[in-house]
Design a protein around this ligand. Structure first.
Ligand code: C2E
Ligand code: CA
Ligand code: CA
Ligand code: CA
Length: 282
């Protein structure tokens, strides 16, 4: 890849070539991280309107020896470009299923759902859906607690193929959420054909919901689309009580955001859960 990139930009600047070399190094480091256990899943709570934790979204982190905790936006595009996302994505799903298996062994955590982000290229791989079903059966988990988050970018592919893959997963009981809803370019007609279970309203809309009636009206229509399609509607990136109030008035079902908790290591997430159970007990 780097040879092609450097070739095309043979007249390019030193800066660009340094950039490419750095990405090569990142790819080598990432591959090493995959084997040495330096990739981590963080867990961000998803809550119902009364604030009860009903599940989590699994978010990838890279615990880098020198650079510290690297967020996914800094390495996923590079991994994707280098063809490494297949392995990384599989690792994420495997970790997620292992976590669900663990949760399902204990009554306090048995009902929790876990959402996993799947990139378009990963979803479109041959046998992707079969590999998910295999993991579900290997870990012997209740598939209805696993949720796959896709973005509108899958829609660049052949519709029939996307719909067919989704149906296989849905038939096994796996949830299907459309992530970052409203930021893509999908038509509503298209949306109606997808066997989804959840719409996630993008943070950019949530952020602005309290900034004037036009923004609030926009969010209300997004929620209405979700209702019309019989989907649960989750608002992402909720940071203030004021936003929560607007979203609740608008009819949102579930929430996620710093107001309820940041993404955290599994120990932190489980501690937040026990705290909730303790408080509920009185
Ligand atoms: P996303 O799926 O939209 O995930 C939500 C992002 O918003 C997360 O960023 C989360 O930390 C952040 N966030 C949540 N609540 C708030 C809030 O209240 N305020 C603000 N400012 N931010 C909030 P993160 O963890 O950096 O992930 C970025 C993106 O990387 C994700 O966006 C997702 O597209 C991608 N990603 C993460 N993990 C994976 C993975 O395992 N596989 C794939 N394919 N993509 C992943
Ligand atoms: Ca997501
Ligand atoms: Ca999102
Ligand atoms: Ca409500």
């Amino acid at each position: 890849n780097s040879m092609i990139a450097t070739g095309i930009l043979a007249t390019g600047t030193y800066v660009f070539q340094a950039e490419v070399r750095r990405d090569d190094q990142v790819v080598r480091d990432l591959e090493a991280a995959l084997w040495s256990g330096d990739l981590r899943l963080y867990f961000q709570p998803q809550v119902s309107i009364d604030g009860t934790i009903i599940g989590a979204e699994a978010l990838l982190r890279w615990q880098h020896a020198e650079r510290g905790l690297v967020p996914p936006n800094e390495f996923i595009p590079i991994a994707e470009h280098a063809g490494l996302m297949r392995k990384i994505g599989y690792w994420v799903l495997q970790q997620a299923c292992r976590t669900l298996a663990d949760w399902q062994r204990h009554p306090e955590t048995a009902e929790l759902t876990l959402s996993v982000n799947v990139s378009a290229s990963q979803f479109l791989e041959d046998e992707f859906e079969q590999s998910v079903l295999n993991l579900v059966s290997t870990f012997d988990i209740d598939a209805t607690k696993l949720k796959i988050e896709l973005t509108e970018s899958v829609m660049v592919a052949n519709t029939e193929q996307v719909v067919a893959k989704m149906h296989v997963l849905r038939a096994a009981g796996i949830g299907m959420a459309l992530d970052d809803f409203g930021t893509g370019y999908s038509s509503l007609g298209y949306l109606r054909r997808l066997p989804l279970t959840q719409l996630k309203i993008d943070r950019s809309f949530v952020q602005d919901v309290t900034e004037g009636e036009r923004n609030a009206a926009l969010v209300r229509s997004i929620i209405q689309i979700g209702r019309d399609l019989d989907l649960t509607v989750l608002a992402e990136g909720v940071e203030t009580r004021e936003q929560l109030q607007w979203l609740d008035d608008g009819g949102c079902d579930e929430y996620q955001g710093y107001l309820f908790g940041k993404p955290m290591p599994i120990e932190g997430f489980e501690a937040a859960l026990s705290e909730q159970v303790r408080q509920a007990a009185g």
